[in-house]
Design a protein around this ligand. Sequence first.
Ligand SMILES: *Cc1c(COP(=O)(O)O)cnc(C)c1O
Length: 360
Amino acid sequence: MIPGPIEFDPSVMEKMGQPTLSHVAPAFIESFGRAIEMMRDVWLAPSGQPFIVAGSGTLAMDMVGANLIEAGDNVLVVSTGYFGERYAELLTRYGANVTFLQSEVGDVVPYETVEAELASGNYKLMTFTHVDTSTGVLVDAKKMGELAQKYNVLSILDGVCSVAGEEIRQEEWGIDVVVTASQKAVGVPPGLALLVASEKAMNVWKSRKTPVGNYYCDWSLWLPIMQAYEARNPSYFATPPVNLIQALERSLELILAEGMDARFVRHKRLAQKFRYEMRSLGLSFIPTSEEITANTLSATYYPEGVNGGEFLGKVGENGVVIAGGLLPSHKTQYFRVGHMGIVSDEHIDRTVGAIKNALK
Ligand SMILES: *Cc1c(COP(=O)(O)O)cnc(C)c1O
């Protein structure tokens, strides 16, 4: 019950254990093509360009920096914790001029502050973390998309802890790139960097004045590969992680069989159930209100007088693995429980039971 890698469906794991096909075998080409097509349905971005590349979520973030940033570009990074800081550092490596707006711990950056900054600065691009996995804070992605549209700024959503768990309607909300990784709510073992880019983002990339300085990340090498597999043609740039992509195909099938709306509702219901139980034990959370609290994980303060390490150990003895704090300033004061992907009532009940036993 950690915020990734999560638990995976047995049929997804089965794909991981199958004999590895050639990357140009017809059956694999079909899997890759279907995975690309299904990503558009999961991201709710019918005209977006999906990319599936071996790597982790950080590589998906890096692809945005490599392809959309040119030295001297003005970028606004709206941060709610640890991963916002990562994005600022990453974009700086590509020569971006980063303005960094950091929220108070447990809060979002006020939308008026974001708007005032967008109105005054000459920004090319804005990034924000949908769910910061260090704080469990949820940012209003629809509102951020609207602001970016209003000021004609490319919007980049770090959805590593939200895609396929939190509601995201990429195209309707006008978000240009939504990045994630396989091991969180998408429900596939670690190893895939996933993103969908809007037509606008692809056009900004096409009209670059300078070449992309990062070889492995360069969309001019990956776009023909995505197009070839989608057209069901063999193709090669760098060997794809065959089993992971077949596992992705399976997991996307499961996600779409449930339906995106039903999935958003289930995540919300189970998150509320978990937090109801924590509240009834007298515990409180890092996010300062339910309105800005994630549905994919909860960041809960330890009760006073409880030693975190000892508590996590006791929860573990009760058969449930949860995570400690991540935010350096508050690391020893809270624990994190992921509730995303195939999570069910039974997972929540057993986790609550283990937490109660450990506290006793
Ligand atoms: C996990 C996570 C990342 C980093 O992903 P990796 O797969 O560990 O590289 C980035 N952003 C958010 C919000 C995350 O939860």
